[in-house]
Design a protein around this ligand. Structure first.
Ligand code: FES
Ligand code: FES
Length: 181
């Protein structure tokens, strides 16, 4: 499959949940494990542009498809959804945030002016910290930014760089052809 624009081949059992492959083999730990049963949405990734729960998809079902995780939503946290979530302070512990950002990005792609009800329907993710009211304003603000009606300053860089994280995990080292095993 292609993950974040990079060809990846997993040498794992075909019925391995995509979530495990992303987190444990590919070191893409931005995608979170919340419930493992399809209820919370913390594990959402884009699969061919659709926000899906990666705990419910096997790697064989994802074979040949284009997967985007939170790490691939933008190279530098500049996606308007990421910027708006920070700007509206719609994040507390942050555990649910990657899945929410993925669901919101998929929604805004098809509907850049979503109503509150449309946001609630398209972003059903659970948040134990209860950021729901701020989520609505953040996603609507991201929609305005995507339409060029507003500028939001970039979200701050995380404490650990992608390169540093990858150095510690052999699975993420690029072999000579560019593909990762
Ligand atoms: S971990 Fe997949 S929906 Fe909760
Ligand atoms: S911000 Fe803590 S679970 Fe949502």
């Amino acid at each position: 499959m292609t993950i974040n624009n990079r060809p990846v081949r997993f040498a794992m059992a075909p019925d391995t949940p995509l979530l495990w492959a992303l987190r444990d083999a590919a070191n893409l730990t931005g995608t979170k494990y919340g419930c493992g049963t399809g209820d919370c949405g913390a594990c959402m990734v884009l699969v061919d542009g659709e926000a899906l729960r990666s705990c419910l998809i096997t790697i064989s079902e994802a074979e040949g498809r284009f997967v985007t995780t939170i790490e691939g939503l933008s190279a530098d946290r500049s996606h308007p959804v990421q910027q708006a979530l920070v700007a509206e302070q719609a994040i507390q512990c942050g555990f649910c945030t990657p899945g929410i950002a993925i669901a919101a990005a998929a929604l805004l792609k098809s509907n850049p002016v979503p109503s509150e009800e449309e946001i609630k329907a398209a972003v059903p993710n659970l948040c134990r910290c209860g950021v729901y009211p701020r989520l609505v304003s953040a996603i609507q603000r991201a929609g305005r930014a995507l339409r060029g009606h507003e500028r939001i300053s970039a979200a701050p860089a995380p404490g650990v760089s992608d390169a540093d994280a990858a150095r510690a995990v052999p699975a993420m080292r690029l072999p000579k052809g560019g593909a990762s095993d």
